[in-house]
Design a protein around this ligand. Structure first.
Ligand code: IVH
Length: 670
């Protein structure tokens, strides 16, 4: 293929991929199978590899990310990104309407209403039809350049083809994480022992500021646009701007409504008060805008916010109930978390019995007393929170809450570090809850996966004095376990087998299992891959640590802290002695057999027990070779479900054996 032909083909593929992406993510339809879509993308990537001079920043291949941004450059917004003033009542809205009418000298005007999406404001700059810069709002004047991260958001057009497209314009909108994505992400984090994200807004804002755009791509962010700014845009109203953006394939929520007057606005507000609960994206109100751009200009802005727009905020759903007691939990890191026990109450469809109280400051701020009638709210948060007290219902002689001064597990005096809100039990090595917590963390599925052992067994072995550190697990004998309550021959053997099997767990998992503060599963994987083995990590300096993408100062300090402790180094040595993996195993070394030596495979379609990548890996691990296209030289076409008929036909005509997933597995066992 000549360069000229390649360029043309790349453009064609880009157009089709953009078209199908738009259909899929914005119109919720697909005209081709996922597989066919992947093929288009694969073909594009292949051509771009061959002709890298045509790999453009706006190519859909760039959406998978892979760029590391250590420091986000500051950008100055061409037009400041103002905020909106808030109202909470119909009266205040009518007041706003009066000010608008007065400002416009009673000429007729209309409103345009939208939902107020609860995410992170973004500015997208386009020139000659290409996205050239994406920035956060920052302080409204200066924001951060997050172009690489924004490119991974599937609904943000990277290039636009349209007649009469303005040469240069800026689009503004809100990046968000859909609630289902947020819940899935938090479930995963919970399983992995990582701190939960407070709400979808924080998740979106944290994701946008990640250094590795490949990780941002996995966060499945989305973006609704609601504003167009620039010169010579040829739009007279906000409605025109929205229609233009729709035409140019921007993601516009179809929840907007043009309203003749304030009565119509109030109707819209009422309608969405109920409907917004089911809306897949968190919203915290309605934005009301004067529709005409000329009238917007006449009304102008204050330093902070426009006079032509206002936000109406819904009150969060809340319920009143009685605070029965406060309980204090000790985490494996010694952090103390106060939890409110409530008289059960129904809130947003679920029964609430417990609520987080965060820390001592929060309890003092609320001036909580046991027996108080308290308000609980469920915002974007999964765990409901206590937001206030109905002081009028307070019992006489009620006592202020005295925050505990000693650890509920070991009675050590609690400490609070400078600048931290949380109390800690400093008895890291002696506090039974922390000791058991570290071992429970170590054996969990996402860590060493010793599933033959549970919390109760950890407690029993700890009480018998047999289990203090994770290294003690590998010293347990048959007799140690057999005498435990509830254990018989088979269960004892099972437990020992589980412990033995854990020795082949990958270094990434072992590192996570060690339970270094702030080193969650993803961080552990990054560190393992970067340093390769535990001793290099142990010797790493602060500077070397913060130079690893996604590793900030907080994590670096925590790692240094961990390895400064001789006891921790001893535990690592003992675990190494016991045979645990403390080195990364390179992909190429994951050799299983040579059974497929000299055989080439094309892998296509969807498989039952593997992802496409995994099954390819399996082929390689057994000595086989992967090729991308069917030709006469190929030995096997490994066909999953939904494989395109053209490929099957071609394989048949060339006499290539077509095998199923099961056939393939059989090949490996014979
Ligand atoms: S218009 C001049 N429309 O709310 C301000 N903002 O407090 C123009 N927001 O920073 C903003 N949904 O992040 C507008 N439909 C919507 C919105 C919206 C959410 C956010 C935006 C802005 C903040 C203003």
């Amino acid at each position: 293929m000549t360069a000229e032909e390649a360029k043309k083909k790349i453009e064609e593929l880009t157009d089709s991929i953009n078209y199908y992406t738009h259909l899929y993510y914005q119109e919720s339809t697909s005209k081709i199978s996922d597989y066919e879509f992947d093929q288009l993308l694969e073909k594009l990537i292949e051509l771009e590899n061959e002709f890298p001079q045509f790999r453009y920043p706006h190519s859909p291949s760039q959406r998978v990310g892979g760029t590391i941004t250590k420091d986000f450059a500051t950008v100055v917004h061409e037009y400041p990104m103002l905020s909106l003033s808030n109202t909470y009542s119909h009266e205040e809205l009518i007041e706003f309407d009066r000010r608008v009418a007065k400002g416009l000298n009673d000429q007729p005007y209309e409103y345009f209403c939208e939902l107020k999406f609860d995410g992170v404001a973004i500015s997208l700059l386009y020139e000659n039809g290409y996205l050239i810069r994406a920035a956060t709002r920052g302080d409204g004047v200066r924001g951060d350049d997050i172009t690489h991260n924004a490119r991974t958001i599937r609904t943000i057009p990277l290039s636009i083809k349209a007649d009469n497209l303005p040469v240069r314009f800026e689009v503004r909108g809100e990046v968000f994480m859909p609630r289902t994505v947020f819940n899935k992400l938090n479930r995963l984090r919970e399983e992995e022992g990582e701190a939960l994200l407070a709400n979808p807004r924080n998740a979106a804002s944290g994701s946008l500021k990640m250094q590795d755009s490949a990780l941002v791509a996995q966060r499945q962010l989305d973006c609704y646009l609601y504003g167009l700014v620039g010169e010579d845009l040829h739009v007279l109203t906000h409605a025109d701007a929205i229609y233009a953006l729709e035409k140019w394939n921007f993601h516009i929520s179809d929840t907007y409504c043009q309203c003749k007057n304030m009565d119509a606005v109030l109707e819209y507000i009422n309608e969405w008060e109920k409907k917004r609960v089911e809306f897949p994206v968190d919203t915290d109100g309605i934005v009301i805008k004067v529709n005409s751009h000329e009238q917007q200009r006449i009304l102008g802005s204050t330093a902070k916010s426009p006079r032509w727009a206002i936000a109406y905020k819904y009150k969060a759903q809340s319920a009143a109930t009685i605070l029965l007691d406060i309980d204090y939990q000790v985490g494996r890191t010694g952090a103390i978390t106060p939890v409110a026990h409530l008289s059960p109450v129904k809130l947003a469809g679920t029964i609430v019995k417990r609520a987080s109280l965060h820390n001592a400051n929060e309890i003092a701020r609320l001036d909580l007393r046991v027996g108080d009638t308290v308000f609980v709210e469920k915002g974007g948060e999964i765990i409901p929170k206590v937001t206030g007290v109905d002081v009028s219902k307070r019992q006489p002689h009620s006592q202020e809450v005295r925050y505990i001064a000693h650890c509920p597990s070991c009675n050590t005096a609690l400490i609070r570090k400078e600048g931290e809100a949380q109390h800690f039990c400093p008895n890291i090595k002696g506090c039974p809850t922390q000791i058991k917590g570290r071992i429970e963390h170590f054996i969990q599925r996402k860590a060493m996966n010793i599933d033959s052992m549970g919390k109760e067994t950890v407690a029993l072995l700890y009480e018998k004095g047999l289990l203090h550190t994770p290294a003690d697990l590998y010293k347990l004998t048959y007799d140690d376990i057999f005498i435990l309550e509830g254990f018989k021959d088979l269960s004892t053997q099972n437990l020992l087998k589980g412990i033995e099997a854990s020795k082949s767990t990958s270094f990434e998992n072992v590192l996570f299992a060690l339970g270094i503060r702030y080193v969650g599963k993803t961080v552990a994987e990054k560190l393992a891959r970067h340093f390769g083995d535990i001793y290099k990590l142990e010797k790493a300096t602060f500077d070397e640590l913060v130079n690893v993408p996604e590793i900030g100062e907080r994590i670096a300090l925590s790692i240094l802290n961990f390895f400064e402790d001789q006891d921790n180094r001893d535990i690592v040595d003992e675990l190494k002695e016991a045979g645990l993996q403390f080195e990364i195993v390179e992909e190429k070394d994951r050799h299983e057999s040579s059974i497929l030596e000299g055989k080439s495979f094309v892998v296509s379609g969807i498989f039952q027990s593997f992802s496409r990548e995994e099954i390819k890996e399996k082929v390689r691990a057994n000595g086989g070779q992967i090729v991308s296209a069917v030709s006469g030289k190929v030995d096997y076409l490994l066909a999953g479900e939904n494989m395109g008929p053209a490929k099957r036909k071609k394989a048949k005509s060339l006499g290539v054996s077509i095998i199923s997933e099961q056939d393939f597995l059989n090949m490996l066992t014979t």
